[in-house]
Design a protein around this ligand. Structure first.
Ligand code: FMN
Length: 417
């Protein structure tokens, strides 16, 4: 069966120009107020030929921050700064959702005005937080009291509202990668004995409340949710990921969300042990497309492929030479020593990847850029092929392999499954 990557598809009443979706990817380029600077505007403008961009994790409150220089959506100034970016993407014919995030225990008091990070249970992740003064050991988080959870839900509600002011086309709730909502979902990190812990239904309560809240601001068909059932990143674990996530997806299905964005496997490994076909059978089924299009409504995303170097995804230019402007926001080919603080300690860890054509064009100023993927670690070498597609949107009648990838050489082809 052929899936034409370049065929338009309808997503919640939006026509996406193609089936390629750029993954949310933290760049640590926001200013200290969590506002979007011109460099971010340019970065996303250059990538607007993807059918849809899911913008990087964006914090829903000061309590939600877990990394330096990440953008936010909890002040009017932040929303205003996002507006310049979304305008730029729209000018290029692109569409953009924003990923709303609360980092929970994956944080550090130095990022939280001295407050302890919060979590479902007082369990620290292994490893170190990325802070403004370099890596620092994670501390044991403070377990959230049930009475505080309505405020957490409200943080997402307000951010969803500000996302409209910021000019986004929709939102994605980040319920994966070991951040707060994932910490509630998985029983390795949720040891609560109240209504938010114990059974799968209880562990799902927070994400359900968040989705209810954001769907007061947005139609469900403009709301996505990200799940990462077996991602061990941030010390995550679960006693029965297959069973639990089948349950979660079954419960999400009637909501009629735009999509469920599932990371198959983990971020640090290509190994996959869950049966994603079985999981997908529980993903949201849309019975009535909202607008007439040539393509059926998308109901599942297959995600592999990291768009570290995002392309111009036009059918006519499967291989391309980067413009100078693109090169400035692409990645450097060489590992760069971490910048050091005045005290000589490593500052934000800067991960560099090797290989892609684009890398050869990266300017030397890039090496000094603070845009390293803080906290995400060194990508494994086998994952550094030039990959352009993070997600391929398929409709209910189309098959999409969990491992479908699209390399530069394939970009002018239909994809065969
Ligand atoms: C530098 C970097 C930043 C990332 N930032 C985010 C993020 O903000 N939100 C998110 O959900 N995933 C984030 N991810 C995960 C990616 O979206 C993707 O799921 C991950 O790289 C696994 O895909 P891959 O195996 O194809 O690379 C990030 C990954 C990297 C390497």
């Amino acid at each position: 069966m052929h899936l034409d990557l370049f065929a338009p598809i309808n997503l919640g009443g939006l026509t996406l120009a193609n089936r390629m979706v750029m993954a949310p990817m933290t760049r640590n380029r926001a200013d200290t107020d969590g506002c979007v600077p011109p460099l971010m505007v340019e970065h996303y403008r250059q990538r607007a030929t993807a059918g849809l961009i899911v913008a990087e994790s964006t914090t829903v409150s000061p309590q939600a921050v877990g990394y330096p220089f990440t953008p936010g959506l909890h002040t009017a100034a932040q929303a205003e700064s996002w507006r310049r970016l979304t305008d730029a993407v729209h000018e290029e014919g692109g569409r953009i959702f924003v990923q709303l995030q609360h980092c929970g225990r994956v944080s550090h008091p130095s990022l939280l005005d001295g407050q302890a990070p919060v979590a479902p249970s007082a369990l620290a992740p292994a490893g170190q937080a990325v802070t403004h003064t370099g890596p620092q050991d994670f501390m044991t988080p403070r377990a959230l009291d049930a009475g505080e959870l309505p405020d957490v839900v409200d943080q997402f509600r307000r951010a969803a509202e500000l996302a409209k002011q910021g000019g986004f086309d929709g939102i994605e709730v980040h319920a994966g990668n070991g951040y707060l909502i994932d910490q509630f979902l998985r029983d390795g990190t949720n040891h609560r004995t109240d209504a938010y812990g114990g059974s799968a239904a209880n562990r799902m309560r927070l994400v359900n409340e968040v989705l209810d809240a954001v769907c007061e601001q947005w139609p469900a068909e403009r709301v996505g949710v990200r799940l990462t059932p077996e991602n061990g990143f941030n010390s995550m674990a679960d006693s029965d990921p297959q069973g639990h996530f089948e349950y979660f997806l079954g419960q999400l299905s009637p909501r009629g969300l735009a999509y469920v964005h599932v990371l198959e496997g983990g971020m640090a490994t290509t190994a996959v042990s869950l049966d994603y076909r079985a999981l997908r059978s529980g993903s949201p089924a849309r019975t009535s497309p909202t607008t007439a299009t040539t393509s059926p409504e998308p109901e599942r995303w297959c995600t592999r492929g990291m768009p570290t170097w995002s392309p111009s995804v036009r059918r006519s230019s499967p291989t391309r030479t980067l413009s100078a402007a693109t090169a400035r926001t692409s990645r450097s080919p060489q590992p760069t020593p971490p910048r050091t603080t005045a005290a000589g300690r490593p500052a934000i860890r800067t991960t560099r990847s090797t290989g892609p054509t684009e890398a050869r064009h990266a300017s030397s100023s890039e090496a000094a850029d603070r845009c390293g993927p803080a906290g995400y670690g060194e990508p494994a070498p086998e994952r550094l092929r030039q990959r352009y597609v993070i997600a391929i949107v398929s409709g209910p009648d189309e098959q999409c392999s969990p491992y479908t990838e699209c390399s530069a050489g394939q970009l002018n082809c239909s994809l065969t499954n």
